[in-house]
Design a protein around this ligand. Structure first.
Ligand SMILES: C[S@@+](CC[C@H](N)C(=O)[O-])C[C@H]1O[C@@H](n2cnc3c(N)ncnc32)[C@H](O)[C@@H]1O
Length: 266
């Protein structure tokens, strides 16, 4: 495998194309699949996390929530059912269409890229759930955090469920593997996928490359996923610079997977 130079890690297509309509439609099936926790968690985990957000972040009283990278709205629609007002933003068209179709009263969904989206203002709690935080390059996540800070009321909090630094590094060191699929997220037709990982110590970044070959045509497409391993120190500096001087890891966040943790920023 040819590795890019570290300075190229965040150029071009550094993440899977969640916003491409066909990909988004196929990914929606994975979000909703109850056999795995791939794009979204299974319902039981989502419900326990929603209960935590309701009780611990909102103090069991109605609040205004900003759900960043909300996917199909599986959190916001449940939180709205508990009396909260939610604004969900995501750039996956099929995910947002599903969220809107199932929108609970008090929920609004916007199809937009977080990098350019208007987060509005007056939110008491903002959240980014399930690891997407690590998939943004430093300058972009810095800008997103600055916008979140401006969109929160004084004393508001931000919940970021991020991949631990160790988990990102371990994923980058995983050996390559291959699989065949009749139909899946990368193609609606029979195809093979070669998965290759790399870990860039100096950039604290892992990259996964998916080489997808359609069986009928032999055509190959390449997708990438790039993940930054935020150390505790780097994280503190990043959040403090964006106006969140207080950070803590929520020890009682109900997460069945130790590769993720919930950081609460105030
Ligand atoms: C792992 S999924 C999590 C979805 C949701 N938070 C959940 O747990 O059900 C990551 C989500 O981030 C969204 N996303 C990634 N980059 C984005 C961007 N730049 N702007 C808006 N949404 C983005 C994807 O479309 C996808 O829905």
């Amino acid at each position: 495998m040819q590795h890019p130079a570290p300075f190229d890690l965040w150029s071009g297509h550094y993440k899977i194309p969640w916003d491409e309509p066909g990909f988004s439609g196929r990914m929606l099936a994975e979000h909703l699949n109850q056999d795995h926790d791939m794009a979204s968690r299974r319902t039981a985990v989502i419900e326990s996390q929603v209960e935590w957000i309701h009780a611990r972040a909102c103090g069991s009283r109605p609040c205004r929530l900003l759900d960043l990278a909300c996917g199909p709205g599986l959190y916001s629609n449940r939180l709205a059912g508990l009396g909260h007002r939610c604004l969900g933003i995501d750039f996956g068209p099929a995910a947002i269409a599903y969220a809107e179709l199932h929108a609970a009263p008090g929920c609004e969904f916007v199809l937009a890229d977080l990098r350019g989206a208007d987060f509005r203002e007056g939110h008491e709690v903002a959240m980014m759930i399930f690891g997407e935080f690590n998939v943004f390059p430093p300058a972009e996540i810095r800008a997103i955090l600055g916008k979140v800070r401006a969109a929160l009321v004084p004393g508001g909090s931000l919940l970021v469920e991020m991949q631990t630094a160790a988990a990102v590094r371990d994923a980058g060191l995983e050996p390559p593997f291959e699989f065949r699929s009749e139909a899946g997220v990368f193609s609606a037709y029979p195809h093979r996928v070669k998965v290759e990982n790399a870990w860039y110590e100096e950039a604290a970044t892992a990259r996964t490359v998916f080489r997808v070959t359609d069986e009928a045509t032999g055509r190959e497409r390449v997708y990438r996923s790039t993940n930054l391993a935020w150390s505790e120190d780097a994280c503190r500096q990043l959040f403090a610079a964006a106006g969140f001087p207080r950070l803590e890891v929520a020890g009682d966040w109900p997460v069945p997977d130790p590769r993720l943790q919930l950081v609460v920023a105030r």
